[in-house]
Design a protein around this ligand. Structure first.
Ligand code: G3P
Ligand code: CA
Length: 259
């Protein structure tokens, strides 16, 4: 048992990580479909994660990959197709537990979380042909829906996080990291609130969570599904944990508290 868990158990207060459903409950439902997000809410997720891209006519759509091949019966590049064209494809049947499902647009997801206490983590993908237009449009959509405190913007691109902060200074941000590199000390640029390392980085350098905390940054970790990784994040005092299987992750987080 690590020192953090020992201390919190002794003091009687255990702060577990918030469970964030990565692409929805994407183990059991096709990712980025409304069904995946509805299941995540039903399973009691504290937060939802999605990726956004711009269609050719400037609409924010929830698709992870640059192209359609993996997660739909369509072909081509998301940014080269209009919303109407993107809507002609089926985004559900490719998945083992999938039913036919339509394209998810960000507006629908914003409507789903509005009025709940669930946080929504929106990741903008880069590089893309429209550069930081996606951050401008995202800030505009959030203003239109009147959403601020429930939303967290994320990107692997520091330029994107900086651009978003300029458009929406009151919305929290995560700088996602697939290597620690220049951020190894725990310090982040001023436009980033949280740090967002992949769980592989914590396996190699568990002390990073504490260094980031001392530099003023809580941690959002992706993508955490295995028993070992869940226990690691819990023991390190990670703030947010993104998982493809929210119900199972919650069960493991609470079941293993005394281990
Ligand atoms: O939540 C962050 C994580 O989603 C980043 O990786 O490729 O799954 O978008 P990816
Ligand atoms: Ca993502």
């Amino acid at each position: 048992m690590t020192q953090i868990v020992a201390q919190t158990l002794l003091s009687g207060v255990v702060q577990l990580p918030s469970v964030v459903a990565h692409r929805g409950a994407s183990t059991d439902r096709p990712e980025h479909t409304i069904g995946a997000y509805e299941l995540a809410l039903k399973e009691g997720a504290d937060g939802l994660e999605c990726d956004v891209r711009l269609s050719r006519d400037g609409q924010l759509v929830c698709v992870h990959d640059r192209t359609l091949a993996r997660t739909s019966n369509g072909r081509g590049t998301v940014s080269a197709l209009t919303l109407e064209e993107l809507r002609t494809f089926d985004y559900g049947s490719w998945h083992g537990h999938g039913q036919p499902a339509g394209l998810l647009v960000l507006d629908e997801l914003l409507e789903l979380v509005k009025g709940t206490d669930v946080e929504l983590f929106v990741e903008t993908k880069h590089p893309v042909r429209y550069r930081n237009e996606v951050e401008r449009k995202l800030a505009e959509a959030l203003r239109k829906h009147g959403l601020t405190s429930q939303i967290v913007m994320m990107s692997f691109s520091p330029t994107a996080v900086k651009a978003f902060r300029e458009h929406a200074p009151d919305i929290r941000t995560v700088l996602l990291l697939d290597r620690l590199g220049r951020y190894r000390s725990g310090a982040l640029p001023s436009f980033a609130d949280y740090t967002g390392p992949g769980v592989h980085l914590l396996r190699n350098d568990p002390g990073y969570v504490d260094r980031a905390r001392r530099a003023g940054h809580e941690t959002y970790v992706w993508t955490v599904d295995s028993t070992e990784d869940i226990a690691l994040c819990r023991d390190l005092g990670v703030r947010y944990l993104a998982t493809n299987a929210p119900a199972n992750t919650r069960r493991l987080l609470t079941a293993n508290l005394a281990t």
